[in-house]
Ligand binder design. Structure first.
Ligand SMILES: Nc1ncnc2c1ncn2[C@@H]1O[C@H](COP(=O)(O)OP(=O)(O)OP(=O)(O)O)[C@@H](O)[C@H]1O
Length: 470
């Protein structure tokens, strides 16, 4: 999950609004409460929240009307309908209207929060699959021999529908290569659907993969296609396959063997023609040895293997990748393209890049926002990238260093140590989080465990140069 999710709560009961506003005051959520829907309808339709929570009985537009109107324009928007226990008819009507979930009043605040989070996760995961637009070229930069090997594999496989297993550390470009395999296959132009096993709650994986029938479980308000059906005739990219739960592995194996499956709660089998590309950063052989991955499934997936080397094993590609990402970031942020000085470029090629290509990409985005001049100097880099020695093999414990600092400061007669230390502490965490997210503030707030507003306030106070553009 990347950004802070917007939740709108509509209820004419002030006490409920109060309770929910507090229950949902979480770093990953932004809540707006409304006493009635009429005045806000247009705005809700134009800029829908990520989740809508609504009461049923309200003056003006009632909850069911509101839901119908909103879902007419935004059919995927999850709606949580709150209503009194006794009001069974309304509850049934809300399901028929396509509500995501029904929250009986009175409710437990934790239950309400869990439900909202689930709705957010669900909505996000559904937005994620992308069919690669026809003609879109997945540019993969790589002149290093190990990358040439990858390109050769893509070429060799271009007439085939064969299953491919991509291995490589996080951020090495596995999804990118999967897209390229698809685009250069007979299935190009057909859907490319991705699902990351590590990103969805375990109990939703089966329904995400295989879909479900109406009424299969609470909240299954309508029949829904799973990724397998969406990917029919195309490619299904299963990322982080090593995280697939055991039961799902068994089902997947059966689908791969038979080419057909049942939706969750379904009795009629569905036939599909799907090419599987799986990826993992883990060592599947070890998972098999430990009994955490089915050996038979492993053999089915492990037909053709493509290995993506760590970025540190293809240092010769770093300058081109950096130029590419600096250009992309400039385009995205509508600003001038930054250029690395020769020293900065050399420095880049020597860094360890544990986060691989994604870390390089984020660093380039960070520099595009942060570096003051057009030319990027080594000094412009975030502190921990300035000195490679600091990143490789530095096991120094910051707490020890911090204790020493406090000792020294007190010995030197400083007072009000917190006033001195806390802003530095927060500044360092903010800078580091922003670096990890390539300057994206919403995501950085999430990494820090703050709400976006808190981060904005802190930035104004601690790093005013970065607070602009809010
Ligand atoms: N060789 C490359 N050329 C250009 N861009 C690349 C290359 N490799 C990776 N990227 C970009 O780097 C980012 C990370 O790549 P990707 O998401 O494919 O990695 P991944 O290995 O699937 O990561 P994870 O395992 O964490 O999901 C993406 O934005 C991708 O477009």
């Amino acid at each position: 999950m990347t950004d802070v999710a917007r939740v709108v709560v509509v209820d004419d009961d002030r006490a409920i609004r109060w309770v929910l506003e507090r229950a949902l005051a979480q770093p990953d959520l932004e809540v707006e409460t409304l006493a009635r829907a009429d005045g806000a309808l247009e705005r809700l339709l134009e800029a829908p929240p990520d989740v809508l929570v609504t009461d049923i009985r309200m003056p003006g537009i009632d909850g069911l009307d509101l839901m119908a109107k909103v879902r007419e324009v935004h059919p995927e928007l999850p709606v949580i309908v709150m209503t009194a226990h006794s009001d069974l008819d309304s509850a049934v009507a809300s399901y028929q209207g396509g509500a995501f979930e029904y929250l009986p009043k009175p409710f437990d605040v934790d239950e309400a929060l869990a439900l909202v989070r689930r709705a957010v996760a669900h909505a996000r995961e559904r937005q994620r699959p992308v069919s690669v637009p026809e003609g879109l070229d997945t540019e993969i930069i790589g002149e290093a021999p190990a990358m040439q090997e990858v390109f050769r594999a893509i070429g060799r496989l271009s007439h085939s529908h064969i299953t491919v297993l991509i291995n490589g550390e996080s951020g090495t470009g596995k999804e990118r290569v999967a897209q390229a395999l698809h685009q250069h296959s007979p299935r190009a132009g057909k859907p490319f659907i991705a699902l990351n096993m590590a990103a969805i709650p375990k109990d939703l994986i089966e329904s995400e993969l295989f879909g479900h029938e109406k009424g299969a479980f609470t909240g299954a308000t309508a029949q829904r296609q799973g990724r397998f059906e969406q990917a029919d005739d195309g490619t299904l990219f299963l990322d982080e396959i090593g995280d697939m739960p055991a039961e799902t592995q068994t089902r997947l194996l059966r689908v791969l063997a038979d080419g057909e499956f049942y939706r969750v709660g379904g009795h009629t089998s569905v036939k599909v023609d799907v090419r599987i590309i799986a990826a993992t950063h883990q060592n599947l052989e070890t998972l098999v040895e430990d009994g955490r991955f089915r050996e038979d499934l492993f053999h089915r997936l492990n037909v053709i293997r493509v290995h993506l080397p760590k970025l540190a094993e293809r240092r010769e590609d770093i300058p081109r990748l950096a130029r590419h990402f600096l250009a992309e970031a400039a385009k995205e942020l509508a600003t001038d393209v930054k250029v690395l000085t020769p020293e900065a470029e050399t420095h880049f090629t020597r860094l360890p890049w544990p986060g691989n290509v994604r870390q390089l990409e984020n660093t380039c985005r960070w520099l595009t926002v942060m570096a003051s001049g057009r030319e990027v100097l080594v000094e412009d880099l975030p502190q921990e990238l300035r000195d490679p020695g600091a990143t490789v093999g530095n096991n120094g414990d910051w707490r020890t260093a911090f204790r020493d600092w406090a000792d020294r400061a007190l010995a030197a007669g400083h007072t009000h140590l917190l006033e001195e230390a806390v802003p530095d502490f927060e500044r360092i965490l903010i800078e580091t989080a922003l670096k990890h997210t390539g300057g994206r503030k919403g995501e950085a707030a999430e990494l820090l465990g703050w709400g976006r507003n808190t981060l904005t306030r802190k930035l104004k106070m601690l790093l005013p140069a970065l607070a602009e553009g809010e």
